[in-house]
Design a protein around this ligand. Structure first.
Ligand SMILES: Cc1cc2nc3c(=O)[nH]c(=O)nc-3n(C[C@H](O)[C@H](O)[C@H](O)COP(=O)(O)OP(=O)(O)OC[C@H]3O[C@@H](n4cnc5c(N)ncnc54)[C@H](O)[C@@H]3O)c2cc1C
Length: 383
């Protein structure tokens, strides 16, 4: 907002006196004290380095996304001809190594320390940074959970590595730098939607290694475990002194998940076309009749038709059920990103040109208020 006393630059741009441009600021007479802690030097690219996963665990269980990433790490490592590794920080978590082996990990780097019994940013970051510095993996992938989103950027920033958040695909390829024409062999392609989902960007990292990425839960398929597969447990000692314990954990309160979209075999999802909270009852009725969970588009959430826990899509949950019924959902790219891998998709929409029909296996053009009662009747008659 224009304020009295603001300076006119002569170009129609006014300068705010409270926040002057750098040129017009008076020089600081006191030279700045240099940061006493020197920055960690960047790690050299290590082409023999392993492909690592952060093995996120809580309360004695490995997070699903960690197991999904083990399968992806295995695939990437096989293409690079290197081993896979998983960093497993925690207290009394050694038993979990077996599960990581079964899902494709060769070496589990176990950091067992009482100070790691519950996730805290600094001690967990210290464990990961120390091990990455010591073993120099070429790729580190982390689940984009609340914990992963807190941990990965901190570790990447300390190591001065690159990090791509929320990747939807990871691949390996040679890449030629268009500026220098230098060809870089076997880089990690970090693929994710950008600019609100309007483009799919492929991000590569030539030199600020390790190549780090986070991936959301449900994006990579969970591979079947090989239960007799074994690997090596490498017990690591990491110093976690008082400086890493700045935060004192006084109490933990864990809220149970109310909606389990990830585990549902059938999902009936309603969108903005449902119109009202009362009308959503029809979506619940259909889900009840076929034993499914209730999902929703963001328009339904934003319109107050249903709670956020039900959101499917780029900023909601990614699902791959056996059957997904999209009702009154247009099929915007951000919604499709979260459901198009479903085994069978049925779409109900009044608009025959709605983009949801491009991913649907069966499309019904019509008003859901007429179609859903007919579906429920037919299901009940069949029972
Ligand atoms: C960064 C970003 C992230 C996003 N993340 C997500 C996300 O995670 N998930 C998500 O869903 N969206 C997300 N969006 C929003 C997305 O772009 C769309 O706005 C949203 O998906 C639209 O929801 P909708 O199709 O239900 O609603 P609308 O666009 O309002 O479409 C309603 C549809 O219902 C149909 N319809 C109307 N009446 C009836 C009727 N009686 N019977 C049958 N059909 C009817 C209409 O023909 C129309 O196709 C995101 C957007 C951005 C920018």
């Amino acid at each position: 907002m224009k304020k009295e006393g603001d300076r006119d630059s002569g170009l129609g741009i006014r300068e705010n006196k409270d926040n002057p441009s750098p040129e017009s600021r008076t020089p600081n007479p006191e030279p700045r004290t240099p940061n006493p802690e020197p920055r960690t030097p960047m790690l050299e690219p290590n082409r023999q380095g392993e492909v690592w996963v952060f093995a996120e665990q809580e309360d004695g269980a490995l997070h699903d996304v960690a197991l999904e990433l083990c399968g992806k790490a295995r695939e990437l490592a096989d293409r690079l001809g290197v081993s896979t590794g998983a960093v497993l920080p925690g207290a009394g978590v050694g038993e979990m190594a077996k599960k990581l082996f079964a899902y494709g990990i060769d070496n589990v780097y176990l950091v067992d320390h009482p100070r790691l019994s519950h996730y805290q940013t600094l001690p967990y970051a210290r464990a990961l940074e120390t091990l990455i510095g010591k073993h120099r993996p070429q790729i580190v992938i982390v689940g984009a959970t609340a914990i992963g989103r807190d941990l990965a950027p901190r570790v990447a920033s300390t190591l001065r590595a690159g990090l791509t958040a929320d990747c939807t695909a990871l691949d390996i390829s040679d890449v030629t730098d268009p500026k220098t024409s230098v060809e870089h062999k076997n880089l990690l392609l970090q693929i994710r939607p950008a600019f609100g989902g309007n483009i799919i960007a492929t991000i590569v990292n030539f030199d600020q290694w390790p190549q780090m990425a986070t991936v959301r839960e449900g994006v990579m398929p969970l591979k079947s475990p090989t239960n007799n597969r074994t690997g090596k447990v490498v017990e690591e000692k990491v110093e976690i002194d008082d400086t890493a314990m700045a935060l004192k954990l006084i109490q933990r309160h864990v809220e149970k998940r109310k909606v389990n979209l990830k585990g549902a075999r059938v999902i009936v999802a309603g969108g903005g076309g449902i119109g009202s909270r009362d009308n959503f009852k029809l979506i619940y009725d259909l889900a009840g009749a076929i034993g499914g969970a209730v999902g929703a588009s963001r328009a339904a959430i934003d319109g107050g038709l249903i709670d956020k826990d039900h959101q499917v899509g780029q900023t909601g949950t990614t699902v791959r059920p056996a059957l997904y019924i999209a009702v009154g959902i247009s099929g915007a790219i951000q919604h499709r990103a979260g459901m198009e891998e479903s085994a069978k998709i049925i779409a109900i929409n009044t608009d025959r040109d709605a983009p949801i029909f491009s991913v649907a296996h069966y499309g019904i053009v019509g008003d859901y208020k007429q179609i859903i009662p007919m579906m429920i009747k037919a299901i009940k008659e069949k029972k």
